[in-house]
Every structure is written in structure tokens, then in C-alpha cells.
Write a protein that binds this ligand. Structure first.
Ligand code: MET
Length: 403
């Protein structure tokens, strides 16, 4: 049931082996980290030919690399592994998820297809990039049922995020792909990860990840990636070379390592999230809980009281934007992740001002619940801000008991 269409090996096996098949033959166990920005060659005729070939096709150059804005072997390992997990022919990595989305929009706009049809909510900065028209694109925001009728001759992309940031609203991806017809569908799969959902199996042509989140998994690497067919990957590589939004090789190294534990992290974090959802749903201090049918480690909930008091009250849970790390994070989308989206647009995307978004980590569920329970009661709301705080240990909340 976990097999990908591209291989007979299970997802768990691919997570630890994909992108590393040549290591034993190289006499290596861990993937090498190649930090070279440039590569020596006495054969400039051959280098010229490789550059010509890349400019003409966007295919990954054969032979020795030329320059790291064009191609990097460590990043390529991460790309190969992610493509395998998503069941796509290729993947192209970028400096961030926003760089990945930018490159996708530029690929389509450079073909004269500047119009995008999109469904709210999306991650706040994705919404902003489309709404602002910063890249010369134009967006039509629609309900899922209106996609087909919104498509125009110059529509280059249909975009959805499912489960969506921050409400966890889900789309029927097969129905959306059907409605998109011949227009490529881009699905932001950051929240689900390929462990829970592989959008290309439902007809999506491109899958976007903020690799910063679950793929990296430890809150210490910024990156983005598009998984897609090789023809699209070639266009994305050409845009990446021209605009320079490359992933750093150290980030590529960390992301490849992060993929090894992605299936176990997602499963363990999802089990804890499901238990927290059960408790939140029964709690009178919580007016609504959002949790997707496919599961996952993201939980969103609306509180009866002041959501800012919950943020100020957590002690074990980190009050910070971002998600997908081994530790639990909580944030107020109206103030941070979706602040850049105008309030009316937030509302039309179902983002209530009482909504909190929590990314559940690998801590013990009882420790998390104790912290959340205290924060919901406003127990920590009287604690002064760090600058005014007397010299007490930062971890005044008891350390989690070890089993
Ligand atoms: C800069 S705000 C958001 C970062 C991240 N994409 C999130 O949704 O948390």
C-alpha cells in the first residue's frame, strides 16, 4: 500500500536509499557534501558544449559540473530522492518554497501564460505573490467548483494547497485536476508530504514543497522544491540558472538526510496530533477544531478567548511561525503566516482571527497537553515579557518526565 508508481520499493525504503544508490560503489556511506562553487576543466570546448546543451534543453548537464548555479551534485541527490518519493520523473530544488513558486510562475509567464486560477486559502506569501502581481501575473481566486469556468486562453496554472495553510481545508485533487483540463495543476503538498499524499497520482502536474518544513524536519534548513515531469523540470532549471534562486549544497545535504526519517516522523507526529485533536474537540475553551481527513501533524483550532493569550502562555511548545520540525510550534496566522493577506481576503479564505495553527512535534502527548491546557486557561498570560522577567530559569515549566 506504500509502494510508489515509479518503483517497487516502499516509501520507507526509498526515504533512506533514493539518491544514494551510487554511494557503495564510491566507497562511501554518507552522501558527500560538495561545496564547490566552480569546477576546474582544461577542456573549455567541452565546457562550452555543456553550457550550449543546457541553454538549449535545460537537461542536467552530463559530465563534470560547470558552476554551482547551474548544477550541484549534493543538491541533485536531494532532487532525485524527492522525485522518487513523489513518484515524478524529476524535481528541481530552490532556495526557498517562495523561490520555487516564483520559478514556476516565471516558466508559465515566459510562455505568455500569465493568468493563474487559484483556490484560497494558500500560504500567506503565496497568496501575496499571486495577488500583488509582482511577477506580472494575474490571479483569479475561485471556489473549487468554479475552476473550469475561470480558465482563459492565457491561463498557465491552476494552484491549490491541500491540506491548506492554515485552515487545513482539503481539496478533491482528482476533481481539481479534471477541472483544470490541459492547464497544469500545481499542488502545494507541504503539509501532507509524500508520506500522506502524492498529488501527481491524482493528476497534478507539479508538486510544490516548502522543504523548510517536513522534508528538512529539524527547523534548521530553508529550501523549496518542485516535483514534476522532466520537460517542466528542464524549464525550471533554465529559470533557476537565469534568476539564481539555487538551494545551497549544505541545505541539499540536510534535506537528503531529513528525508531518511520523514516517514517515521510524519507517522509519529500525526498520531500525537490526532490525540490532541480529540482532546481539543471536547474542550469548552475551543470553539472549532480543523483537522484533515488524511491526517497529518498540523492542527488548527479556534479559541473562545483571546488567541494571543494562548501564544503568550505556552512554555514547552515554541510560539513561532513555521512548521514541520521535531518540536511543536504554535502561531496565530492572522498575525504572522497570513499577516500579509488583507483581512477581507483572509476572511474569504476561512481564516478566523481566533484561529491558532499548531505543528505537532515528537514530544510526549501528555507533556504537550499539559502545556496546551495551561495556556488555554491563561495560566501563563501574567508572565512578564522576557526583558522584564526576573532572573528565573527560562524553563520554569518542569522538564518533561522521561519514561
Ligand atoms: C514568514 S511566515 C510563514 C512561514 C511558513 N511558510 C509558515 O506558514 O509558517
Amino acid at each position: 500500500m506504500e509502494t510508489t508508481t515509479a518503483a517497487t520499493r516502499s516509501l520507507a525504503t526509498e526515504a533512506v536509499h533514493a539518491g544514494r544508490e551510487d554511494l557503495a560503489a564510491l566507497g562511501l556511506h554518507a552522501a558527500p557534501l560538495d561545496l564547490s562553487t566552480t569546477y576546474p576543466s582544461h577542456d573549455s570546448r567541452a565546457e562550452a558544449a555543456r553550457i550550449d546543451e543546457f541553454a538549449a534543453t535545460g537537461a542536467r548537464p552530463d559530465g563534470p559540473p560547470v558552476y554551482s548555479r547551474l548544477d550541484n551534485p549534493t543538491v541533485a541527490r536531494f532532487e532525485d530522492a524527492l522525485a522518487r518519493l513523489e513518484g515524478t520523473e524529476a524535481a528541481v530544488a530552490f532556495a526557498s518554497g517562495m523561490a520555487a513558486l516564483t520559478a514556476t510562475l516565471l516558466v508559465r509567464a515566459s510562455a505568455g501564460l500569465r493568468h493563474v486560477v487559484a483556490v484560497r486559502p494558500l500560504y500567506g506569501c503565496s497568496d501575496h505573490l499571486l495577488t500583488s502581481g509582482l511577477l506580472g501575473t494575474e490571479v483569479t481566486w475561485v471556489d473549487p467548483g468554479e475552476i473550469a469556468e475561470a480558465i482563459r486562453p492565457d491561463t498557465g496554472l491552476v494552484m491549490v494547497e491541500s491540506p491548506a495553510n492554515p485552515t487545513l481545508a482539503e481539496q478533491d485533487l482528482a476533481a481539481v485536476a479534471e477541472a483544470a483540463g490541459s492547464v497544469p495543476l500545481l499542488v502545494d503538498n507541504t503539509f501532507a508530504t509524500p508520506v500522506l499524499q502524492r498529488p501527481c497520482e491524482s493528476g497534478a502536474r507539479l508538486v510544490l514543497h516548502s522543504a523548510t518544513k517536513y522534508l528538512g524536519g529539524h527547523g534548521d534548513v530553508l529550501g523549496g522544491v518542485i516535483a514534476c515531469d522532466e520537460e517542466t523540470a528542464r524549464q525550471l532549471r533554465q529559470i533557476r540558472f537565469a534568476t539564481g534562486g539555487v538551494l545551497h549544497p549544505l541545505a541539499g545535504y540536510l534535506l537528503l538526510r531529513g528525508l531518511s526519517t520523514l516517514p517515521v516522523r510524519v507517522r509519529a507526529q500525526s498520531a500525537t496530533a490526532a490525540e490532541l485533536v480529540r482532546r481539543l474537540a471536547e474542550d469548552p475553551r475551543v470553539t472549532r477544531v480543523h483537522y484533515p481527513r488524511i491526517g497529518g501533524a498540523m492542527v488548527a483550532f479556534e479559541v473562545a478567548g483571546d488567541p494571543h493569550e494562548v501564544i503568550s502562555g505556552v512554555r514547552l511548545i515554541t510560539p513561532a511561525v513555521s512548521l514541520g520540525s521535531v518540536d511543536t510550534l504554535i502561531q496565530h496566522p492572522g498575525s504572522i503566516s497570513h499577516r500579509i493577506v488583507p483581512e477581507d481576503d483572509r476572511r474569504s479564505g476561512g481564516i478566523d482571527e481566533k484561529l491558532l495553527r499548531m505543528s505537532v512535534g515528537l514530544e510526549d502527548v501528555e507533556d504537550l497537553w499539559r502545556d496546551l491546557d495551561a495556556a488555554l486557561s491563561g495560566a501563563g498570560s501574567a508572565v512578564p515579557a522576557p526583558a522584564d522577567r526576573p532572573a528565573v530559569p527560562a524553563h520554569a515549566v518542569p522538564e518533561p518526565a522521561m519514561p
